[in-house]
Ligand binder design. Sequence first.
Ligand SMILES: Cc1ncc(COP(=O)(O)O)c(C=O)c1O
Length: 378
Amino acid sequence: MKLEEIRAKFPITRNYNFQNHAAIAPMSAPAAEALVGYARELSESAYLRGTYYRTAERVRNAAARLINADPSEVTFVKNTCEGINYVANGVQWLTGDNIVTTAMEFPANVYPWMALEQRGVKLKRVAEEDGRVPFDRIAAAIDKRTRLVTISAVQWSNGVRIDLTRLGELCKEKGVLLFVDAIQALGALPIDVRSMNIDFLSAGGHKWLTAPEGTGLFYCRRELIGHIKPSEIGYMCMKHPFEHDLSKFSWDELHDDARRFDSGVYNLAGICALGASIDLLLKVGIEEVQVRVKHLTDLLVEGLRSKGWRVHSPRTASEWSGIVSFSSEKHDTDALRKHLRNEFRIVVAKRLGRLRASPHFYNSTDEIRQLIDALPND
Ligand SMILES: Cc1ncc(COP(=O)(O)O)c(C=O)c1O
């Protein structure tokens, strides 16, 4: 697809130079149309045409394709935390077990694991050094009592990416489970749960997937599905959800696939929108999306450096991502963020006292140049 065609699918481009996808992204036009379509259908004919649950299955298939999983391994969540909690509360932990993570994680990927301390499970947070957590330090933190490693594919603060293929190999070799918080990567960078040996993954839809809040994906490796105890029991997780003679069934006759994590009905409005955005990403091709994001962020980093700004995002081949964090000793970043928005309609974020830009595949090189031009020299 040509850039102009892609940009037409993001109406935000008419109003803003939006480079803040690591926060809450604008919805794509197809997602917005799917939401409106859902609302119209539901208001005019309820579910009498019976299409929407079929849509959910179609979206499940597309989501599975995006991460190279089988559809039976995927279900929908309302946010990243929900999927994290499924695993944190579903593994049969033993007192003295530990979980390894990094000291850079967004709190969503910390508290659910930290809460396990009440059950005698220790959370080890490996320290960062120069904006990354060295791989060897993570490896060294894994000991005989480590049951799981949990990590963000891309860190929220400076965008550093972990080499998931290498980490997946390590976890497999050590017999340790691997959980990935993929919200800062999915939709911008390819993630392949098979080749990366990922056991669990959770990602909200409202960032790089350009879907609304309240949507997301959860993946659980096929062989592990029966070992994770669902923390939310309802009727949709049952093999016979609409069977009313309860004397015939017990509470543990759960689906053999990822639907065992579903309790009741879905957020179908959100799922329709999420599906439309995933379809667009698959149509463009996630490899192509990645190429565009790389090109735009390279251009941005080059421009920032030429103006004397300090870039905090590692940019090596295995560490770069769609997030570029930068700062200057001379300028008040908060005032500058507001100035960019008010004067130029350029949207970036301020995180940890630095500016953070996160352009997506539909941004143009002109928009990147506008941002660079709007920034003062350091
Ligand atoms: C790495 C990471 N995980 C999770 C979240 C958000 O979690 P949730 O989708 O549960 O709101 C964010 C949001 O900034 C994030 O950057």
